[in-house]
Write a protein that binds this ligand. Structure first.
Ligand SMILES: Nc1ncnc2c1ncn2[C@@H]1O[C@H](COP(=O)(O)OP(=O)(O)OP(=O)(O)O)[C@@H](O)[C@H]1O
Length: 323
């Protein structure tokens, strides 16, 4: 048994509507690694997770989880993984403690062991105090923590988490982060996490892949991804909205800048030497008679990288509605 994930040319086309949800995805996750899968809505993240956790079958390529082929040996795969999906089924009439004990019994623990296991897990996810309340009365944050406890019952080698902190308030989000980091560092659990919170991937993951329209568009450590797009980010706003496009064109023409995107009311320029280039930028924009309102120089965050990568022109239609 090992804690690795190997994915080669994985693909999934849903017959209904002929949707190519995952086109050609390859990556490897090492044992004990914390890996994050990022992508906008509909990129194919959940579909990949569902294939890796044997809930649906791939239509192309192959994937090995804990050393087992997901298509040929789904039972073995399931035995070695823990899965927290976006919507898990729990019985609202049970208490948190009863639900964890039930899960332990399903996994073959004896009654007494199941009690001990649930005690430990309730401690870990800080639900001891609410353990005798019905799950139906739990808040969203408590439900997520219970979901996490349920996935940990059988001490899986690999943990799959599909957007585990979506909709949580900051304190609950941080509680989950801490627990995931502890599991990863202390127990050596391999973690595969999908998220739309980029700062989550930035602070937790050893490595990140960004998926867009069923294809991986970038991979690396958070630092590598940031370095890919330039060390600095210059942001400009203008007195008049229509000047954004004029400034973009001017800068592309005069300074041959390629990495410029318009984001709402801002112009983002990804550059290598922000200090030097900021002066040139202001000069050019001024020459064109465009009135700058504010300038800002910063290091790009993963949000900026994500935005830039998923904004890159493609042949297909847009679908860029965001939230
Ligand atoms: N059962 C299905 N039948 C048909 N199409 C599907 C099915 N499941 C997903 N899709 C489509 O596949 C594409 C990828 O969906 P997926 O849920 O994997 O994206 P995602 O990256 O997880 O998005 P989100 O962040 O919104 O959960 C979408 O276009 C979606 O509509």
């Amino acid at each position: 048994m090992n804690g690795t994930i190997k994915v080669k040319h994985l693909a999934k086309t849903f017959k209904k509507g002929d949707v190519k949800a995952v086109k050609d995805v390859s990556f490897e996750v090492n044992e004990g690694e914390f890996f994050a899968f990022l992508g906008p809505n509909g990129a194919g993240k959940s579909t990949v997770v569902q294939m890796l956790t044997t809930l649906i079958n791939p239509t192309g390529g192959e994937a090995f989880v804990a050393g087992y082929d997901v298509s040929k040996n789904p039972g073995e795969v399931r035995r070695h993984i823990g899965v927290a999906l976006q919507e898990t089924g729990v019985d609202p009439d049970l208490t948190g403690r009863e639900m964890i004990e039930l899960q332990a019994l399903i996994f073959g623990y004896q009654k007494e062991e199941a009690k001990q296991r649930s005690d430990k897990l309730l401690d870990i996810v800080q639900l001891q105090e609410s353990s005798s309340r019905r799950i139906g009365n739990y808040s969203g944050g408590m439900r997520r923590r219970l979901d996490l406890a349920l996935t940990l019952v059988h001490e899986p080698k690999i943990l799959f988490l599909d957007e585990p902190t979506t909709g949580l308030d900051p304190s609950n989000r941080i509680a989950i982060w801490k627990e995931l980091q502890r599991l990863n560092k202390e127990n050596g659990t391999t973690i595969f996490l999908t998220t739309q919170y980029l700062e989550e991937a930035d602070s937790l993951a050893d490595r990140i892949s960004i998926i867009n329209k069923g294809l991986i568009v970038a991979s690396g450590t958070p630092q590598e991804l940031k370095a890919q797009i330039g060390n600095d980010l210059i942001t400009l706003t203008f007195a008049k909205q229509e000047d954004l496009m004029k400034a973009k064109n001017a800068l592309e023409t005069e300074l041959e800048m390629a990495d410029i995107i318009i984001q709402n009311d801002r112009l983002n320029l990804y550059v290598n030497e922000g200090n030097k280039q900021l002066l040139q930028v202001v000069r050019v924009v001024d020459q064109y008679g465009l009135e700058i309102e504010t300038t800002n120089l910063s290091s790009p965050t993963l949000d900026d990288i994500f935005l830039k990568i998923t904004n890159e022109p493609e042949t297909e239609g847009s679908g860029n509605d965001g939230e």
